[in-house]
Design a binder for this molecule. Structure first.
Ligand code: NAD
Ligand code: GLY
Length: 359
């Protein structure tokens, strides 16, 4: 088993990565000295496959779990579902020492984390991420929250889990498109922080594409280490943490302007990262060889690197970009790369240059 620590003083925790961890969930929670009663929040897809194993493991260690299942999909990340979860927690008399287990992808993790952050002003929670994206990104670092009609993630809290359990077996049932989408976040870590990881991804891509367990275990743990290092230095994104948004300025605008669901998150940020690499070449002199390697790795992974825009779609995309949280004083700020493995944040990019780069 690989073990990564997130060092945040009294809010520190471990991320454990291995196959077969669901069966150990109860024993792991017992070590955290949590209350007896707990709620497992999951979605309708994940619950069907994994809820029974999770409930069995918790009960075997003496916990009294209740299951709360929300509909699968981004629409469940909303205040109506938060309220339904609160009502269920209250009906089952969960108290201050009780805890929540978030079993699912980023949607469940963000929702359940926010419910845990706010129910009784905060009860402990454990992340059990079941998508690649959630294992390498959303379950780590404490960003929790839900969407408003006005936009994504507009209500939330920084609230750290007590533990993150990444069971590699859960990835076996993940639809291929979701899996490939998660790889876009994996590649991001190489570009922003670790040239050795990037080269390893280039070499080991065939193994990753067939979900080879040994390769996955090492790569997921490395991504978690990078995220832990970044979050450990800047938990609430006053600076460095912004580097995790490489490719996201355009990526979020693509997701938003095309209507959520057309592009998965990883697909949108794949296009965003390649555009950010091309902007980096123009603004920071990122070597053309690095731009080519970045574009090639996304293409070989099976991710889109370009978007076709008619004039209306182009207008919508730019309007969405100007609404993003990363815009201040009307200027769009980007994370740009100096070389593979080294990026800088807060780079102002003129709109006409983004227009030209998108083609
Ligand atoms: P998701 O949670 O919607 O999961 C994708 C789909 O896969 C869903 O249909 C789900 O039911 C299904 N699924 C999950 N695990 C499965 C498994 N093991 N087998 C079969 N099916 C499975 O999507 P996601 O990509 O995991 O997460 C996206 C969300 O994460 C977005 O809301 C995004 O805003 C959020 N996010 C948060 C952070 C953060 O730091 N908190 C970071 C990145 C993304
Ligand atoms: N996924 C971006 C962050 O956690 O900051």
């Amino acid at each position: 088993m690989r073990n990564v620590s997130v060092s945040l003083g009294s809010r520190s925790y471990h991320i454990k990565v291995a196959a077969g961890l669901l069966a150990r969930l109860g024993a792991e929670c017992a070590q955290l000295k949590l209350g007896q009663r707990c709620a497992v929040i999951t979605d309708s897809n994940v619950g069907k496959i994994f809820a029974a194993a999770v409930l069995k493991s918790l009960s075997a260690s003496g916990f009294e779990p209740v299951l709360i299942t929300v509909p699968a999909g981004e629409k469940s990340k909303c205040l109506t579902i938060v309220e339904k979860c609160f009502d269920e927690l209250a009906a089952h008399r969960l108290e201050r020492k009780s805890f929540i287990v978030a079993l699912g992808g980023g949607v469940v993790g963000d929702l359940a984390g926010f419910v845990a952050a706010s129910y009784l002003r905060g009860i402990p929670f454990v992340q059990v991420p079941t998508t690649l994206l959630a294992q390498v990104d959303s379950s780590v670092g404490g960003k929790t929250g839900v969407n408003l009609r006005a936009g994504k993630n507009l209500v939330g809290a920084f609230y750290q889990p007590q533990l993150v359990l990444c069971d590699l077996d859960t990835l076996k049932t993940l639809p291929q498109r979701e899996y490939i989408s998660g790889l876009a976040e994996v590649i991001k870590y190489g570009i922003i922080y670790d040239a050795v990881l990037f080269a390893q991804l280039e070499r080991n891509l065939p193994k990753l594409l067939v979900r080879d367990e040994k390769t996955l275990s090492q790569i997921i743990a490395r991504c978690c280490e990078i995220k832990a290092e970044v979050v450990g230095q800047d938990e609430t994104e006053s600076g460095l943490r912004a580097i995790l948004n490489f490719g996201h300025t355009l990526g979020h605008a693509i997701e938003n302007s095309s209507g959520y669901g057309k592009f998965l998150h990883g697909e949108a940020i794949s296009i965003g990262q390649v555009a950010a690499a091309k902007l980096s070449q123009k603004i920071l002199g990122l070597p053309s060889g690095d731009v080519e390697r970045i574009e090639k790795l996304f293409i070989c992974t099976g991710l889109p690197v370009k978007i076709k825009l008619n004039p209306t779609a182009r207008k919508k995309l730019f309007a969405a970009m100007l609404l993003d949280k990363k815009v201040s004083g009307g200027e769009v700020k980007f994370v740009l790369a100096k070389k593979i493995g080294k990026v800088v944040w807060g780079q102002k990019v003129p709109l006409p240059l983004i227009e030209i780069t998108l083609g």
